[in-house]
Design a protein around this ligand. Structure first.
Ligand code: DC
Length: 224
């Protein structure tokens, strides 16, 4: 029997460079699920605030700015991208060294997390509207906060040298351990493995291995 409808949400959490994005994208393709990268949401808001010249401690200014923003979703292939005031940011803009350096500081602000909460939960309806069988959402707090009710929750890990090598290969200027420390120690929705989530250490695994392991766990037959 095709049990795909029993797993409308697959949550994938983990630190930077643990393999979340490649895994989530490949799984979304194989399962015809919509892929949502919530890191990109925080990056998009960060880029918008940096453009304004805001710094994380200016909480009143940030709250006022958020009120001006209308969030919507644009689909590119299987991936849902956040648009602000009907404009989708460029990948280059949200993955700049400047955004890398401050995204975790902005993401720690309760106003920003609350602002994104309904939007992120609402992605399930977007997936349904576009006819996807479900949603694969990746981030730091998907299994704990956004979809704690998701039947399938995964937490990816990798050792420090593997993660550093992955970032180096991507040619990205990003202090991932610093970001992880900030993400793990913030008060609201910190990066933790949600209770009952399945941990996968990707250090010694290929992308194919990770996908196979996850598919075996969720036991979805892809050909029926
Ligand atoms: O996945 P990423 O490395 O692009 O995420 C960028 C930052 O966004 C990450 O360091 C912390 C923040 N983030 C978050 O706080 N909660 C999420 N669900 C996703 C990302």
């Amino acid at each position: 029997m095709n049990n795909i409808y029993r797993c409308e949400v697959i949550a994938i959490d983990g630190g930077a460079a643990t393999g979340k994005s490649s895994t989530a994208r490949a799984l979304a393709e194989q399962l015809n699920f919509m892929h949502v990268d919530t890191g990109a949401h925080y990056r998009t808001l960060t880029a918008s605030l940096l453009q304004l010249g805001a710094v994380p401690k200016q909480t009143a200014r940030i709250a006022a700015h958020l009120k001006q923003l209308h969030l919507s979703t644009e689909l590119t292939g299987q991936s849902a991208l956040l648009s602000i005031n009907n404009k989708a940011p460029s990948n280059e803009n949200i993955r700049s060294a400047k955004v890398n350096a401050s995204v975790s500081l902005f993401a720690a602000l309760p106003d920003i997390r609350k602002f994104l909460f309904d939007y992120q939960r609402g992605q399930l309806l977007v997936a349904k509207k576009y006819g996807f069988k479900g949603i694969i959402m990746e981030g730091r707090d998907i299994g704990t906060t956004i979809f704690p009710d998701a039947k399938f929750r995964f937490f990816l890990e990798a050792d420090a040298s593997t993660r550093a090598a992955r970032r180096l290969k991507e040619g990205v200027n990003d202090s991932i351990t610093n970001r992880d420390d900030l993400d793990k120690t913030r008060k609201m929705a910190p990066l933790v493995c949600s209770k009952g989530a399945i941990r996968i250490d990707t250090s010694q695994l290929t992308l194919k291995d990770v996908i196979e392991r996850i598919l075996a766990i969720i036991n979805i037959k892809q050909d029926d």
